[in-house]
Design a protein around this ligand. Sequence first.
Ligand code: PHE
Length: 471
Amino acid sequence: MDNQTKKKASFTGTIGFVLAAAGSAVGLGNIWRFPYLAAQNGGGLFILIYILLALTCGFVLLITDIAIGRKTGKSALEAFGAASSKFKFLGALSTIVPTLILAYYAVIGGWILKYMVDYFTGQGAQTATDGYFGAFLASPVSPIVYTLIFLAATALIVYKGVEKGIEKFSKIIMPGLILLIIGIAVFSVTRSYTDPVTGVTRTGFEGMYQYFVPNFDGMTVSHFFKIVMDAMCQLFYSLSVAMGIMITYGSYVKKETSLTKSVIQIEAFDSGVAILAGLMIIPAAFVFTGSVDAGAGPGLIFVALPKIFEAMGVVGHIAGAVFFVMVVFAALTSCISLMETVVAGCMTLFKKSRKQVSWIAFVAFAAMGVVVCFGYNLITFRMPLPPSFAVDATTGTILDILDFFCNYIMLPIISLGTCIMIGWVKKPQWIISEIEEGGKHFKAKAMYSIIIRYVAPVIVIIMLFKATGKF
Ligand code: PHE
């Protein structure tokens, strides 16, 4: 079978790989969840804990995924089986989960596209009116049209391949995304507003202060523990680990590339964007609403932020347009990584070419996307979810259910399986030797072994308990 495979797809070099992986990592999680968690959880304290976790557990899980991919040279679907036949099922799970995530992530991508178009066509003011978002979701056609456009863009880039599609696109988009986000953050921090009723002036700098300065008020041991767990869940999701994605991308990495350096760079990109997203949202929220808490999830992007842009006046419409372009980029590169993981798996499973599979994937995801869109109008089914996971209510739509199932149930299960396979069955040296490939020196060997064998498994088990909502 293998001798039929043509030249193996690969990234041309380290930069291409780092930017593509960062493109996957930087997504909605960075924008609509990190700032909220930081604002809720003691500001700078949360950021500090997040960075510490990124340098330890995040580093270990990310490098493990990438090294599994590079060592086996296979996409997630086959990589686990190639490593150990007992863990073949993890390959199937790591392909099914991105399939389910893409089915709803592309729908959200469609919503963002719709708002971007609104801002560019001078209808930004309307998006700030009460009930606008709800009415859009309730309409049976519009969300589907935008989802299909978003999916078509995703499929087109995957269709073009790793080097000419994913790498090329990431190399253009990711630096652009950074520039946009820095621009919006500077704009947000330099705002000020005088309340016409109270005469009080609020500045973006005050908002920034609240975001960055650690707040220990009323801190208890259990609250501290909650912050650590929130940071951990956010980190795993944000780094796109345990989804098969980084394994698949890892299989395209050349042996000369330093995995340690690449992982540090990907993490710096991801955490940097998350922190900047907070700088973009929190000072603006503080200046125009008087509170650093603008909410999270769709409520933040599609309801609270348009109101904040509106409060800024005309300049807010420009800021809104730039903001939605930036979020479209962030969501698109994440969707590409999801589709690539599924397409790469299906190419070997069905022995079909990339081009054929990309077409089929587009059609299949379009069908799934339509069902998810109908979850807000024609399909009235709702499922109860633990309160902390249903951001706006206690029950979830099809989209909420998929999100909960993938990220809070499946992600910890796949992580746990990976830790057991590497930590206890294959042994950490199996990964360490891949990291040290080509005479590279891996300084953090001891830390790696301890985390993959003991720390990470315990944490993901706690994450699973957390998903019950009773914790
Ligand atoms: N890492 C992305 C984010 O932060 C989310 C994501 C998870 C994307 C899994 C793809 C796969 O939003």
